[in-house]
Design a protein around this ligand. Structure first.
Ligand code: HEC
Ligand code: HEC
Length: 297
């Protein structure tokens, strides 16, 4: 063997071992397999998947997978699914479920993965199927034109009158978030595509207006009350504690403090970008750490 050949060989061996090292680093944590879905979380694929689903599957599974006629509902609140991973769903679509009425869908692999991605999003929350749009611009709208920060806390910054939105995308679907911004009686849906329980408004954010004997009027949300005292968080973000006999009038508002005409206050682009931003505010489970890093620490 010539000198240059040997160098070449060992260079090859080095290349091989460094390639292996890269693979080892990317390997998922033991016991967990990476999601093989090439479209995981891809918004365009979710939209395509929805079209394909509503063309091919509604006969048995209902529109948007919510109501099954001949097949089970694929995404309704409270239902436990037999097949939960994207690959299991992909398998069912590609091969059908033997011994049942679930046929082979006759979709190619790409389309089958897209439908699986769509069903994944349908079962999950906003963070699994985030809205498209310009996220940075959405953040700007949140703090500036939308004025959301006056009432809502986001990652430790903002107001206290409304719920903290730092994890909103992990709790709600895009639909629910859109509803909260546009409907006086917005609803919350759970793991299905269907609205489940109406919030009108969230009972923990009961809005009220009080007038004191000395003529001050304060608007806000109720925090606590008993026969002698009333505590409320004002829109000034101050906790007010009153003795009952200081108050001339207490009026409970049937409507949430939250304005619900943001589809009119904002331009369509601003609204969409805000949704894109909100549908990414959530704590995602941390990715498995590369092994190399674990050894060092
Ligand atoms: C002819 C009726 C029919 C059609 C059309 C149909 N399905 Fe099904 N599907 C069923 C039935 C019945 C089951 C329940 C099988 C069982 O008992 O496990 C099922 C089960 C499933 C499941 C597994 C549910 C679970 O929780 O395990 C998935 C996923 C699914 N179908 C997706 C689809 C998709 C996507 C399409 C369209 C490409 C489709 N199906 C078209 C009848 C149908
Ligand atoms: C005047 C105060 C106020 C402003 C301004 C306001 N909100 Fe709210 N928001 C609330 C209150 C109070 C609630 C809880 C009661 C309810 O659900 O309506 C709420 C609820 C919500 C919810 C539903 C939370 C859930 O858990 O379902 C979302 C989403 C939301 N607001 C987003 C926004 C965004 C985005 C903006 C700015 C465009 C905004 N809010 C502006 C007070 C406000």
């Amino acid at each position: 063997m010539t000198q240059s050949n040997r160098t070449l060989l060992s260079a090859g061996a080095m290349l091989l071992s460094s390639t292996l090292a890269v693979f080892a680093q990317q390997a998922p944590a033991p016991g967990k397999t990476a999601n093989p879905n090439p479209f995981n979380g891809n918004e365009q694929a979710i939209m395509d998947g929805r079209d394909i689903f509503n063309r091919s599957c509604t006969v048995c599974h209902g529109k948007d997978g919510t109501e099954g006629d001949r097949g089970p509902a694929l995404a309704t609140p409270g239902r436990r699914y037999l097949r939960t991973s994207d690959s299991e769903i992909f398998e069912a679509i590609r091969n059908g479920i033997p011994g049942t009425q679930m046929p082979r869908a006759g979709l190619n692999e790409t389309d089958a993965w897209k439908v699986a991605t769509y069903l994944h999003g349908l079962r999950g929350t906003a963070i699994d199927a985030p809205a498209a749009g310009n996220i940075e611009h959405g953040e700007q709208v949140f703090w500036d034109k939308g004025g959301c920060g006056a009432c809502h806390m986001l990652h430790g910054k903002g107001g206290l009158v409304g719920p903290d939105l730092s994890n909103i995308a992990a709790l709600r679907k895009v639909n629910s978030i859109r509803d909260a911004l546009t409907k006086a009686q917005h609803s919350v849906s759970t793991d299905g595509g269907r609205h489940d329980s109406a919030l009108a408004p969230l009972s923990s954010y009961l809005s009220l207006r009080v007038t004191t004997r000395d003529g001050r009027t304060i608007t806000g949300v109720l925090r606590n009350q008993d026969s002698f005292t009333l505590q409320m968080l004002g829109t000034d973000n101050v906790l007010h504690v009153f003795n009952r006999d200081e108050l001339r009038e207490v009026v409970y508002e049937p409507k949430s403090l939250m304005p619900t005409d943001y589809d009119q206050r904002l331009t369509p682009d601003e609204f969409q970008d805000l949704l894109a931003f909100l549908s990414r505010q959530g704590h995602v489970a941390p990715a498995p750490r590369p092994r190399a890093e674990q050894v060092i620490q």
